[in-house]
Design a protein around this ligand. Structure first.
Ligand code: NAG
Ligand code: NAG
Length: 414
């Protein structure tokens, strides 16, 4: 009997090893040459957040070399900045030559005028909107705003709850588009009544200003809102799931939920876009903060953060800055599995799922780094009456499959 058991154990062990090496060779095969560094080890939290595929000297992101739509890269496309503020080909010169001295000198200059307001956005809704969707965008990204308006950013009723939308903009840093943008953005605002524009230059390092000004605006013009979702324009948001989740919470209590990053270390490498000298931040770890793809907060937390952020010194990384505000009000942000602000893990880790399968997105809340067409396609697939997912949607444990993915990921050489 004992011998038999031993034999079984050895057999199982053998199978596990065989399966592992099979998976490994598959992954090897999938990973394009030159990306070994990215794919071989799962990047640490800090590396993940701060990996910047567009920065010089960095490996090309997986996405660029792998044909779509089979694989969505695990490596998140660059942070907000390199996607939107810098346009396509030019290397991020302005960001890598970030002038800390000037930043520190200008740090107290943190109050800018609101050039375009939507004062009735929330007030016109009797009892206030259930959810305000606030999306960071840049003036130039008209197409992204259009697709968000037509898909997950729609205003109106979702599960019987009123949803409103605003886009958060600064003035374009590209001076050559200045001549025409002003007329265009005013026109857009007239048409959709969803533009908030402030008088600061819309750069990556000014996103903190956007954070502060949005919170100030929300406290002043949208105090009757119950919950807020704040996120990027290149994410896919399952608003139905978010509403469903929020309906089980009380807006008069504190709530801050997202893809929370714990114990991230400041980058001390000068070449990095996220380089923070010790003179600017002396501690060795950042407070817990939400990845920028998107997060949820209650009305109460919004008001508290609005006040708290006024008292926190400007910090050039907006996500971290908000983490500092949270720390100030002693609020622990909550990590939720439904927030995938680093994009989707490769399907090889979850072979039973196709990455672009809408069922894959059905139980998620936020998925980061989607192209305009992908957002449109996914939204339409998810809302197709013919959609039927064989996996039953589990109300109690909607993210159970993730466990399998994690196990597979750990076993794989990532
Ligand atoms: C600024 O915008 C103009 C017109 O769209 C474009 O041709 C130019 O390349 C842009 N410059 C930069 C630095 O992005
Ligand atoms: C932020 O915006 C202000 C006002 O437009 C501008 O003077 C400053 O250079 C910007 N800062 C960064 C870091 O881009």
């Amino acid at each position: 009997m004992k011998v038999r058991l031993k034999g079984d154990a050895i057999c199982t062990l053998f199978l596990v090893v065989a399966l592992g090496s099979l998976l490994y060779s598959q992954l090897e095969h999938l990973a394009p040459a030159g990306n070994k560094e990215l794919t071989h080890k799962k990047p640490s939290v800090t590396q993940r957040i701060f990996s910047d595929p567009k920065a010089p000297g960095r490996p090309v992101p997986v996405e660029a070399t792998v044909p779509r739509p089979q694989i969505i890269p695990m490596v998140r496309r660059a942070e907000v900045a390199s996607n939107r503020v810098q346009t396509t080909t030019s290397p991020p010169l302005t960001d890598s030559t970030f002038n800390f001295k000037r930043y520190l000198l200008n740090k107290d200059n943190r109050n800018f005028n609101l050039l375009i307001n939507q004062p009735k956005k929330c007030r016109k809704i009797p009892g206030g909107p259930f959810l305000l969707i606030a999306i960071k965008s840049v003036v130039e990204d008209f197409d992204r705003r259009e697709i968000v308006r037509k898909t997950w950013g729609r205003e109106g009723l979702v599960n019987g709850e009123q949803v409103q939308r605003v886009f958060l903009l600064g003035t374009p840093k590209n001076r050559t588009v200045l001549a025409t943008w002003e007329t265009l953005i005013h026109q857009e605002s007239q048409t959709y009544r969803d533009i908030l524009l402030w008088d600061f230059m819309d750069t990556f390092f000014n996103l903190t200003l956007k954070e502060i000004h949005f919170l100030k605006w929300a406290a002043e013009f949208c105090s009757n809102v119950k919950f807020i979702f704040k996120g990027d324009a290149d994410v896919f948001v399952n608003v139905e799931n978010i509403v469903d989740f929020l309906e089980r919470h009380d807006p008069t209590e504190d709530l801050f939920v997202g893809d929370i990053i714990y114990n991230a270390r400041p980058i001390r490498v000068q070449k990095s876009k996220y380089y923070i000298p010790e003179t600017m931040y002396g501690l060795s770890i950042y407070p817990a903060y939400a990845g920028g793809g998107g997060f949820l907060l209650s009305s109460r937390t919004m008001r508290k953060l609005s006040r708290a952020c006024k008292e926190v010194e400007l910090f050039p990384i907006d996500d971290v800055f908000l983490g500092m505000c949270l720390q100030r009000i002693n609020l622990k942000p909550i990590l939720h599995e439904g927030f995938k602000t680093f994009g989707i893990v490769k399907p090889s880790a979850a072979p039973h799922l196709q990455t672009f399968d809408p069922c894959f997105y059905k139980d998620l809340m936020v998925v980061h780094s989607l192209k305009v067409a992908e957002i449109w396609l996914m939204w339409n697939l998810l809302h197709s009456p013919r959609l039927s997912c064989t996996q039953k949607k589990q109300v109690k444990k909607p993210f159970q499959w993730k466990k399998k993915v994690q196990t597979a990921t750990q076993a794989s050489p990532f």
